[in-house]
Design a binder for this molecule. Structure first.
Ligand code: SF4
Length: 511
């Protein structure tokens, strides 16, 4: 009897360790594998290919005795959630032991690196360019162009930096890759190193991911002979959203304060320790072994328009079937939320979804026919970001969500530029005044030394106009995406849900 239980952090948080222990006590040692990504079924136990979930330790005996029909989901590989996916990056998930070099090699591991070695740097970059692979961290910049720039730079030393500071709300794909298939990420970095002439990679992981850090450290040691002379070093971030921004991340690795650097110079020219550096997200680098092993066309055949390949979408928030769903670009938002995600967990109607992390736009149900595609989202004033979708039901207060976005920016601002550092604080105050019906909330304007401050309070309409103006300033005046993208959630909440910003007239415009 072959029993498998995931050792992914999400499964462990749901009690997978206790369930595994119960099976061990019953005389069966379960194999700890990567996660299928069906989080609503965790802890998911697989017995000879058949799944049972969510399992509890007291049901281990029932599962072994065949008395757990209520938990049985049939063959996991044939479950509609899995069967409907196009798993290229997540193909091994649920099937292999994360730190088994044997499992990795037996499932096509190292083939991409082997082919890259045969093709050489130019051939490898040509493959990545032809695949259409774009940075999965948020900006969507073509990976091959970044690699070509670093390859062409003249320098004694070059670096690969893997951005694993996954800070967006509702995202967990990077963590799953590091915990579930770390050799794939290491292979992707080694291919990148070979392509651009770098002999060292740094993986910058957020400190909130201790399991991922532990797995990556062991995996880097185990994989060392396979990738030599290329080396991988793990660095743990102290915890700041802005350190996901590539130039702050570089500062942080260098031991400096995590503050954004002005560009130019681009990191591709002067990056880590002043050397040309490729900075890619985990998902970007994890897609590379497939591109090289199966060829650029095999990857580019998936997707729509200029968004080629697949995207590991993370379904989270108030959603019935939350988890990891990898699919080709082009699927609609409505299909993802309603059909695959099953709507809300609360059973109430979906009101909005936020796509792309805390700085992503709130999208109403009326736009659920929006295809998952970089350009389509940009045209709708949204962003795909890292592929996180957070679902809200009709009990959500969108004005509060807009306030949260400003507050988040104020808390996480690195302080380098004024639109973000001051603007976010003013944004919170302005939304507070709107929520209070235009009354003053004790801002700086009330201080006697501000002689030119208006003597009477603004109306709620004027406050909203001021908020929009502030958003424009932040969007176009901020140095990096934190300040520049905060207007997305704020303005989308204002534009799509204006009713939430209206206050009872009795509170009205009192001074
Ligand atoms: S936008 Fe904010 S986080 Fe980015 S550089 Fe300016 S102050 Fe720092």
């Amino acid at each position: 009897m072959r029993i498998r239980i995931s050792d992914d952090a999400a499964a462990r948080a749901c009690g997978a360790d206790a369930v595994a222990e119960a099976f061990a006590k019953a005389g069966h040692a379960p194999e700890r594998v990567s996660s299928w990504g069906m989080h609503w079924l965790e802890p998911l136990v697989e017995v000879d290919g058949v799944g049972y979930g969510p399992a509890t330790p007291d049901r281990a005996g029932d599962i072994l005795a065949g008395n757990a029909d209520d938990l049985c989901i049939g063959s996991i590989a044939d479950h509609p959630f899995i069967r409907g996916q196009q798993r290229l990056t997540f193909a091994r998930f649920g099937r292999t032991r994360p730190l088994s070099l044997e499992d990795y090699a037996a499932t096509g591991g190292w083939k991409g690196l082997e082919r890259a070695r045969a093709l050489g740097p130019d051939g490898t970059i040509a493959e990545v360019l032809a695949s259409g692979l774009r940075g999965r961290g948020g900006a969507g910049f073509p990976a091959g162009i970044k690699w070509r720039t670093v390859a062409d730079a003249r320098a004694a030393r070059k670096f690969i930096v893997c951005n694993a500071d996954e800070g967006d709300s509702g995202t967990f794909a990077d963590r799953m890759v590091m915990e579930g298939d770390p050799f794939m990420l290491i292979e992707g970095m080694a291919i990148a190193g070979l392509a651009v002439g770098a002999d060292k990679a740094y993986v910058y992981i957020r400190s909130e991911y201790p399991h991922a850090v532990a797995k990556m450290e062991v995996a880097a040691r185990l994989a060392a002979p396979m990738i030599a002379p290329f080396e991988v070093e793990i660095r743990v971030g102290a915890g700041a959203y802005v350190c996901g921004e590539e130039t702050s991340l570089l500062n942080s690795i260098e031991g400096k304060r995590g503050e954004v650097r002005a560009k130019p110079p681009l990191p591709a020219h002067e990056g880590l320790f002043g050397c040309p550096t490729v900075i890619n997200n985990v998902l970007t680098l994890a897609a590379v072994p497939f591109v090289l092993a199966e060829g650029a066309k095999a990857y580019a055949d998936y997707g729509m328009g200029r968004s080629r390949g697949t995207m590991p979408v993370q379904l989270a928030g108030n959603i019935k079937y939350g988890g990891l769903y990898e699919t080709a670009f082009g699927i609609t938002l409505g299909e993802l939320v309603n059909e695959i995600g099953g709507g809300t967990a609360s059973g109430r109607p979906v009101r909005a979804v936020q796509v792309g992390g805390p700085l992503g736009a709130y999208i109403p149900r009326t736009q659920f026919d929006l295809p998952f595609d970089y350009e389509a989202f940009a045209a709708a004033d949204g962003l795909i970001g890292h592929g996180g979708i957070v679902v809200f039901d009709d009990s959500v207060d969108m004005a509060r969500q807009a306030r949260f976005a400003m507050q988040f920016c104020a808390a996480e601002s690195c302080g380098k530029c004024t639109p973000c550092r001051i603007g976010a604080v003013r944004g919170v105050e302005t939304i507070d005044r709107i929520l209070a019906g235009g009354r003053r909330m004790g801002t700086l304007e009330t201080l006697p030394q501000i002689h030119n401050a208006p003597r009477r309070a603004r109306s709620a309409e004027d406050e909203i106009a001021l908020l929009r103006d502030l958003c424009e300033t932040m969007k176009f005046g901020s140095l990096c995406a934190l300040g520049g993208f905060t207007p997305y959630p704020v303005l989308s909440a204002l534009n799509h849900f204006p009713e939430d910003f209206v206050v009872e007239s009795a509170q009205g415009n009192a001074a």
